[in-house]
Design a binder for this molecule. Structure first.
Ligand code: CDP
Length: 207
């Protein structure tokens, strides 16, 4: 069974994906990390984020890299990831890796922006996770503060709005709910509530 979770920044899709993967004993791929790692490789090499040739090289080189989540989760890296993610050739360079992860015989859980639309259009279960920008900014500000980053709510809300705008309006694989995705608004739900709702969606759709 493939479970595809998509949605905007800090909507809760990552937490839900981890919990669902654990529950069903499936492997999980957080595809945002691929874009974050690509951005980080470029920044470390002193290259521009919009240098297409370098960005594609960085994306292709990822298999050799260590995915240090701790370094990739920062605020700056989320913004940088969204810049490289808008380059179609970068998305193409990361396509096979995601597809082969999803082709494991037991299935997989993937979360991102284009899983239900581009990477796994045949996924049995597609959930589009949303929450209001204010709720998402609250969650992200808390998460960043827990990481020890100095942030204020207004800046994080601004980041979120900017990223929503860029991710939704790019030409290649924009953030979009698949036609057959089930919408899950987590604005009024805590983690347990959101997990219960996601599980109900999966159980209802499981063949
Ligand atoms: O956790 P959050 O939603 O803030 O970020 P993320 O899922 O790690 O994604 C970071 C950025 O990567 C997003 O803003 C997107 O621009 C991009 N991304 C994408 O384009 N396609 C994906 N499948 C996953 C992430």
């Amino acid at each position: 069974m493939i479970i595809a979770l998509d949605g905007p920044a800090a909507s809760g899709k990552g937490t839900l994906a981890r919990r669902l993967a654990q529950h069903f004993g499936l492997p999980h791929l957080d595809t945002g990390l691929l874009y974050r790692a690509t951005a980080r490789a470029l920044m470390e090499a002193g290259e521009r984020l919009d240098d297409e040739r370098r960005a594609v090289e960085a994306a292709r080189g990822l298999a050799l890299m260590d995915f240090d989540e701790e370094q990739l989760r920062g605020r700056e890296m989320g913004e940088a990831a969204s810049v490289v993610a808008a380059i179609p050739a970068v998305r193409a360079a990361l396509f096979d890796m995601q597809r082969s992860f999803a082709s494991r015989p037991e299935g997989a859980v993937l979360d991102g922006r284009d899983i239900g639309t581009v990477i796994c259009p045949d996924a049995k279960v597609k959930i589009f996770v949303t929450a209001s920008p204010e709720t998402r900014a609250n969650r992200r500000a808390l998460e960043l503060a827990r990481r020890g980053e100095k942030v204020n709510y207004a800046d994080v809300l601004e980041d979120i709005r900017k990223r929503d705008e860029r991710d939704s309006h790019r030409s290649s694989a924009p953030l979009l709910a698949a036609k057959d995705a089930v919408m899950l608004d987590t604005s009024a739900l805590d983690i347990e509530g959101a997990f219960a709702a996601a599980l109900a969606i999966v159980m209802g759709k499981k063949p």
